[in-house]
Design a protein around this ligand. Sequence first.
Ligand SMILES: C[S@@+](CC[C@H](N)C(=O)[O-])C[C@H]1O[C@@H](n2cnc3c(N)ncnc32)[C@H](O)[C@@H]1O
Ligand SMILES: Nc1nc2[nH]cc(C(=O)O)c2c(=O)[nH]1
Ligand code: SF4
Ligand SMILES: [Mg+2]
Length: 253
Amino acid sequence: MRLIMAEVFNSWQGEGGSVEGSAFGRRQIFVRFAGCDLNCAWCDSREYIDASRVSRWRYEVEPFTGKFEYKPNPAELDEVINAILRLDTGDIHSISYTGGEPTLQVKPLKTLMEKMKELGFDNFLETHGGLPELTKEVATLVDYASVDIKDETARATEDWKALVLREVESIRILKTAGAKVYAKLVVTKGTKPENVRWYAELLRGLAPLVIQPKEPIDISQKELMEFYREAAKVMGRKNVGLSFQVHKYLNVL
Ligand SMILES: C[S@@+](CC[C@H](N)C(=O)[O-])C[C@H]1O[C@@H](n2cnc3c(N)ncnc32)[C@H](O)[C@@H]1O
Ligand SMILES: Nc1nc2[nH]cc(C(=O)O)c2c(=O)[nH]1
Ligand code: SF4
Ligand SMILES: [Mg+2]
């Protein structure tokens, strides 16, 4: 089975903060799929969005060395499994499937998740959640999920409100299947409080929310706290948290 890959590396989860379902600070092996159907203005993995331009993928030869070996795309699934297993440092909390958008390649994603479960690993899905029908195909194999809520300022797609509703549907599907799920909202200085209230209404009683400032940060702490307070008023004070891309501050992958 073949797939278009971006990279495999061993690091620790830098996002998610402290809400229920977050794996922040936990050791993970990251499997980054190439290809995405959205186009977030602030995407930090932009080079992997157009899968047709990702001619090769890379895997770290040893954790935290920044040394990689390269193979041509499409990758064979066995090559990816080998790359993951050789990075197993014995302290891995879960395998993080990210991208690009991992659910776009749902068949190899599902086979890989099944294999990693068989080998005793938990599965952490990092998804934009905009493809609930594909989310459904892997939901029972997901132990943890971070599902983005793409704010209007992400300019991820034309009909951004319909995308938000599909993301909430993916959250519901994952929760029903037994996964620990949280929503992640990347905010910018243009984010509107009334939109934060709308997201919070959709998420109330469904999943906790982390509010993550776009990097590089352009929002003041005062504005960030205003969004936090708006969400907490709707969702309850225990169901909202902050998340920062801490790995970027410590210069690790
Ligand atoms: C690159 S995306 C890949 C997974 C999936 N396509 C998604 O968007 O959730 C992984 C995570 O990085 C976050 N991210 C990407 N660029 C960012 C930036 N410039 N600032 C803050 N978060 C960012 C996204 O919000 C997402 O939660
Ligand atoms: N350390 C680290 N944590 C992460 N959390 C989400 C990431 C992603 O790109 O999906 C990511 C990443 O790229 N690196
Ligand atoms: S959905 Fe994820 S991978 Fe796709 S453009 Fe947005 S942040 Fe980047
Ligand atoms: Mg990243």
